[in-house]
Design a protein. Sequence first.
Length: 245
Amino acid sequence: MDRLEGKRALITGGTSGIGLATARAFLAEGARLAITGSKPETLEAARAELGRDVVAIRADAGDVAGQREVADAVRRAFGGLDVLFVNADIGDFRPLEAWDEAGFDRSVTVNLKGPFFLVRALLPILADPASVVLNTSINARIGMPASSVYAATKAGLVSLARTLSGELIGRGIRVNAVSPGPVATPLHGKIGMTEADIAGLVGRIPLGRRGEPAEIAAAVVFLASDEGAFTVGSELVIDGGMSNL
């Protein structure tokens, strides 16, 4: 497969889950690849798996100044950029009464503010044409308890996919979003979900299972490739039918 042959791509949060699966898919399709991660050990493990030609950049997705450093690292490595997959985020799920300002600000900074300023920082080196894909969530569409702040940040990304697509298409930059439903990644364990909790979640999915990271990656490849050249400002929902209930 060569749908991304020669394209220069950056995946934020490319060390695990959907980001790592997409990194594998991009490489299989011929892309030159850079990934970001916040932890040196997981970043190095991902690079060891993906290959030494992959550019590994340590970055905090919520550090606005750091986004300029990411852009500089990509420029030094590739000279320009054809594909950006904004995937890095944090999933902080709490009932309303458990939220404090610091937690709220951290979620908004990592999930929305950081991505916005990353696109801004990369704008001078984004090619014409280029593809930007934002990883959002069906939580922006459904009223799941304890997801208020997370869902709000993802709704903001869905909005950015629409508004930035209109603003940047004249530069040849397509902006789109993928909105996954529950996916079998380490996230559910990290937020303290038990096997019973996961089973209850799966019970809400008409398809009867969680998605696989590779299934989301396949959608990102489509949007990143020339096959998606007529897809602009769209949100591709990939949730096993969950948001249709």
